[in-house]
Ligand binder design. Structure first.
Ligand code: MRU
Length: 364
């Protein structure tokens, strides 16, 4: 029986999130009233996946402002800016994080606009508790809305995406672009869920996704909960399965998409896309519009996060490599747009030439 997985949300003046580091062994929800704990959770991958990071940042910003002791707007504005900076520094690659911070900034600007100019401008420096309470409430409402919208967008994206999936398809996915990577339902796994909900008999191959094992720990867990048939493979098996004709479609998520369609996603995605091209298997990317970066022309300009060597040399306490071996650990790679058959978005399917279709979508 499918149960809805809630990844990160607002409840009783606190942010609640499932600690994804503990999955699949433990399902532990953390409740916090400290925005720094939300930021730390993003850094440590307790909350991960581009849309989930964006939602968590918005909720974290609302939480920080809600607990501010500032007695005037100017003080609240300073704290707000500091909190936004804290979140913007957590992880560099996911566009959704910066999109969410920018949306919270716009909300702050709009609600405080009447006090920023005109005869009421003195309110910036003077105590005005009812107005500050209004600002806080507006930010909480905006953050909650970002979370609710994310779930709605994923479902919409799923209904478009499932049209690409045929009855009997075996679908390969890399990393976790599921409910856990969003506020709920998922992007790539949203497509899978929607196909299953439409009554299609599908089966999912789950790349384990070294080094952090988002596939093995999280996607496998989600598929089992949903009772969607799934088989776990190690990353280096995907090519062989493609050659054997066992995979008909590939669907992954994205962290940032450039204007020409170049797409940053979990390390290993590029290899899967190259293999898909060789084996003539359609490679689809499912992502909300908030993952597209209109300011980034090509993948070369996407910042790629490098994470700690320990993620490669150790695995859940086990030592896998000689101590002090040199390690390179980029968390993401960039798949060129020319390897992508289509993007699945909440506004529909997007086909090449992406240089034309993406700007048109972002303008719409
Ligand atoms: O390092 P992570 O686990 O945050 O990386 C997540 C991914 O790469 C996902 O595929 C991507 O964010 C899309 S999630 C809908």
């Amino acid at each position: 029986m499918a149960t809805f997985i809630r990844t990160v949300y607002w409840e009783d003046d606190a942010v609640v999130f499932i600690d994804q580091r503990l999955l699949p062994d433990q399902e532990r929800y953390v409740t916090t009233r400290d925005y720094r704990e939300v930021a730390a959770a993003i850094k440590a991958l307790a909350i991960r996946g581009a849309p989930a990071i964006g939602v968590a940042a918005a909720l974290g910003i609302a939480l920080g402002v809600a607990n501010s002791r500032a007695v005037a707007l100017a003080g609240l504005r300073r704290e707000f800016d500091d909190i936004c900076r804290t979140f913007a520094m957590t992880r560099p690659t996911a566009r959704n994080l910066f999109w969410a911070v920018e949306r919270m900034e716009r909300c702050f600007r709009l609600i405080t606009a009447p006090l920023q100019s005109g005869p009421a401008a003195g309110g910036i420096r003077t105590a005005f508790p009812p107005f500050l309470a209004r600002v806080k409430k507006a930010l909480i409402d905006e953050a909650k809305l970002i979370g609710a919208e994310d779930i709605r967008i994923n479902k919409q994206l799923g209904t478009y995406g499932q049209t690409l999936i045929d009855d009997g398809d075996h679908i390969l996915t890399h990393c976790n672009a599921g409910a856990l990577a969003t506020a709920g339902y998922g992007t790539a796994l949203g497509v899978v869920r929607a196909a299953a909900e439409a009554g299609k008999k599908i089966h999912v191959y789950v790349d384990e996704t070294r080094p952090v094992l988002q596939g093995a720990r999280l996607t496998a867990w989600e598929m089992m909960r949903e009772e969607i048939p799934a088989t776990l493979i190690t990353d280096n098996m995907a090519g062989f399965l493609m050659k054997q004709g066992r995979i008909q479609k590939i669907v992954v998520g994205a962290d940032r998409i450039a204007v020409n369609g170049d797409t940053a996603n979990k390390i290993g995605t590029y290899s899967v896309a190259v293999l898909a091209k060789v084996h003539k298997i359609p490679f689809y990317v499912a992502a909300p519009l908030s993952t597209f970066d209109g300011a980034v022309k090509t993948g070369k300009d996407i910042p790629i996060e490098e994470r700690s060597p320990e993620e490669v040399t150790c695995c859940r306490g086990a030592i896998l490599a000689p101590r002090d071996i040199d390690v390179y650990n980029p968390a993401f790679d960039v798949t060129p747009g020319r390897l992508i058959a289509a993007f699945v978005t909440e506004k529909g399917l997007l086909y090449p030439p992406f240089r034309k279709t993406i700007p048109a979508l972002l303008r719409s």
